[in-house]
Design a binder for this molecule. Sequence first.
Ligand code: NDP
Length: 480
Amino acid sequence: MEKLKNFINGQFIEPINGQYLDNYEPATGKVYSLIPDSDEKDIELAIQAAEKAFPIWSKMSIEDRSEIMLKIAKGIEDRMDDFVKAESRDNGKPEKLALQVDIPRAVSNFHFFATGILHFASESHAMEGIGVNYTTRKPIGIVGCISPWNLPLYLFTWKIAPALAAGNCVIAKPSEVTPYTAYLLGQVIKESGMPDGVLNIVHGYGHRAGDAIVKHPLVKAISFTGGTKTGEYIAQTAAPMFKKLSLELGGKNPNIIFDDCDFDKMLATTVQSSFANQGQICLCGSRIFVQRGIYEKFKTAFVERVNALKVSFPSDPTAKMGALVSKPHLEKVISYIELAKSEGGKVIAGGKQVHLDAPYNEGYYLQATVIEGLSYACRTNQEEIFGPVVTLTPFDTEEEVLMMANSTKYGLSATLWTNNLQRAHRMANEIDAGIVWINSWLVRDLRTPFGGIKASGVGREGGWDALRFFTEAKNVFIKY
Ligand code: NDP
């Protein structure tokens, strides 16, 4: 069985304790590789490597840093097929999705920040007749990047790329559930000419390897994407040590459909925004609110489309949905379908596990599921499920739907469908979310601030926000 290794100080090495964890293939439910069960000793080794590398990397010209990062982008692109297959095998997502979204986006992340850093400037504030302020922005030092399993390489690189571009050295931990493409990234880094120790990739459990990163006194900033509960724990641990924190957490996003929308476009996009990546995207719209005038028409058309979504093994080119990421996650999602029923919900599409033929007969497959008849305030409509399950709720007025949309503790993203310009602006202004899409979904411009409010997180990623997060500002005043 293949054993993945940690990537520390430019070398692929075994965990010091010699312990490994099973890595499951969601499509078959079988273990297919082993990953290091790293602990604080491995993190210490990575920190020592990063400490040595920091003066080299942070003092390198930005042109040279940029050049190396562009080589990394190219290195991923050149091995597109390996990355696509590995991502899909590790996560269960259709290969087609990994090819169209995940891996190209990882390439873009490196490309975007490799070139962005060349244009990153700091401010100067003149005080007429008195003097002038100038602000410098220096890399922080060693930073920790911890990412989840749903968009493994995509979210891993979304953190690592700006951290590196800004001149930091990085200790990164991918989710233990989906480690493989991070392992492949180490190989690309090795070939890129990046000095040893600049990027260290340590595998293992969050509560062991991840915790050791968060607690290490030399890690000055933590960029974390994952669940709200984990974010809460990380904030509690890191805050007394005065670390910079960027937390991208859970969501329960509303998708609000007014009866004046372009119905066909809305319908096609709503199928996507509900079930892309088996509904395991933090930006999926899991609460669908439909204005009463088109509720029945929408319900009929939507259920017909949803029933036609083919659930299949990830390498099936006709698969619209693959496997869920793990057995515990599948069980959690099923438990929410049961909860919804007990709360009075009616399953109007899906709701059942899908059993494929061997060798996929033990894979974690679930039908795309639609539930109606629930109160906006029930647990199913308040808690994050993070799977292929959406609820339908009718509404009459803007005020009513705003109240329901804003009723959760989350505030990551929202989608609005309307052709009424004033209403679109009014609603976008009032809705509790860090990101609002109008008549669209998941259109991403990497320059824009990305992140949520309330329990969906603290801080913003993307564009200058990311580069500011990964640098320390210093203001210098000179008297005339
Ligand atoms: P988790 O919070 O379980 O894990 C995220 C990462 O944190 C993993 O690498 C995990 O390790 C690690 N981790 C767990 N415990 C600790 C700890 N005590 N200290 C340090 N690190 C730790 O989230 P999931 O992986 O289950 O991801 C799903 C969640 O991510 C959902 O809530 C989703 O909404 C959210 N998400 C948010 C996004 C956003 O941009 N706001 C984008 C994508 C997802 P391991 O699991 O390997 O043990």
